[in-house]
Design a protein around this ligand. Structure first.
Ligand code: BGC
Length: 393
């Protein structure tokens, strides 16, 4: 066949044809062409890999939701969607190389919209609880949405997990990523200030999933962003009580009945809260009323990236190490999963079927002057990073 554009290579021509097909109106395409063009965009992450962008359906109001697939040379695949800047699936090899999806969630958008306990989502403007949904800042009392009894939880009724983020695939050093952005208006859920947020997920060829958060504001406001993935390294075969957990934390923040910190930093030593050496999640869980749902005070103190947690699942051999710049981590053992949710492949998610390790500042910090501050001021940049490193042994 003759090259119709001299000086233009065949691969460039092919790319032009793909772009041409993608921008052609839907009406002018055959159903087969439409199906082929559903996957219209790939972005070179490096020479071997591409970020794939596909449609993940529409919200009830018609808004289109996209899903991006990241892959690496170690056989890991992560899928992320624009609704909630959510980690939808995370496929990880076990010690024999068998790959399973190791995060809870749904097969389609519908489940996430109708009933999701924050499966995989980005949580904000404030991860975890703010007591009585209020705080005082610069002598002004702010009233937040109360969506957890009398308290405010995970950003309110419509937190960052329930909004549509803009997204673009991006190149990243040693891998590929997706950059999500969201603009939260002054007054959203009661918070002061216009907040511009960026969340970047990167999958590297060193088998790391990195999540970087940035934010700026035009009025002082609390900010505490995290990711709410529920992990299950059996690949969803059974509950997570056999997973061995190590937390790099000598202290935790005890809570009252409404799960609001009392303000005390208590030692874990000699209690069922102690995970300073690897211990099965289920070993002492019965001694903790309601199960684990506590913020641990990381030994690192936050600031520089430091190891916070290690998880080992004995049957599959899968290991996850979490490093973070945050001073705290919420260990939530999936206590409120009660078998009413049928997730991926119709699997029923019972109690402790997944657990979360949410890197964060401490809950209710806006009302606890002794906790590290969560207030972001105009002119400052909020910047945190959490790295999940995966392996199998
Ligand atoms: C909280 C739990 C809450 C869960 C899901 C966790 O971060 O600590 O109390 O039930 O998120 O909503």
């Amino acid at each position: 066949m003759k090259n119709i554009l001299p000086g233009v290579s065949w691969s460039a021509l092919a790319a032009l044809l793909v772009i041409g097909a993608a921008v052609g109106s839907k009406e002018s395409q055959t159903p087969a062409a439409q199906a082929a063009n559903k996957e219209i965009q790939t972005t070179k992450g490096n020479s071997q890999m591409d970020v794939k962008k596909e449609s993940f359906g529409r919200l009830p109001d018609g808004t289109a939701i996209d899903i991006f697939t990241l892959t690496n040379t170690g056989g890991i695949e992560a899928r992320l969607m624009t609704y909630g800047a959510t980690l939808v699936s995370l496929k990880l090899p076990d010690r024999k190389g068998k790959v399973d999806d190791c995060v809870l969630g749904y097969d389609s958008l519908d489940g996430y919209v109708k009933n999701s306990p924050y499966f995989g989502s980005t949580v904000g403007r404030y991860g975890n609880r703010i007591a009585k949904g209020q705080f005082v800042l610069n002598r002004v009392t702010y009233h937040l949405a109360k969506n957890n009894g009398e308290n405010h939880l995970h950003g309110g009724v419509k937190g960052f997990d329930k909004v549509v983020w803009s997204a673009e695939p991006m190149k990243a050093s040693g891998g590929m990523g997706v950059k999500f952005t969201y603009f939260s208006k002054d007054g959203d859920e009661g918070y002061p200030g216009n907040l511009s947020c960026i969340v970047i997920y990167t999958l590297t060829n060193d088998n790391e999933l990195k999540i970087s958060y940035e934010a700026t504001t035009d009025k002082a406001t609390p900010v505490n962003l995290t990711n709410h993935s529920y992990f299950n390294f059996t690949g969803g075969r059974r509950d997570t009580l056999g997973h061995e957990l190590m937390l790099h934390a000598d202290r935790y923040t005890p809570v009252d009945k409404g799960l609001i910190p009392t303000g005390e930093l208590a030692a874990v030593k000699g209690t069922p809260m102690d995970f300073t050496t690897p211990t099965a999640i289920g070993l002492r869980i019965a001694k903790v009323e309601g199960g684990y749902d506590h913020n641990y005070v990381l030994t690192s103190g936050g600031g520089a990236l430091a190891l916070a947690a290690r998880v080992f699942e004995p049957e599959s051999g899968r290991v996850m190490e979490i490093s973070t710049t945050e001073p705290g981590i919420q260990f939530y053992s999936g206590n409120f999963l009660d078998g009413t949710i049928a997730g991926k492949s119709g699997r029923v998610y019972g109690k402790h079927f997944g657990f979360c390790l949410e890197t964060q500042h401490f809950p209710d910090s806006p009302n606890k002057p002794k906790f590290p501050s969560t207030i972001l001021k105009p002119g400052q940049k909020y910047r945190t990073q959490t790295v999940h490193k995966f392996s199998a042994k």
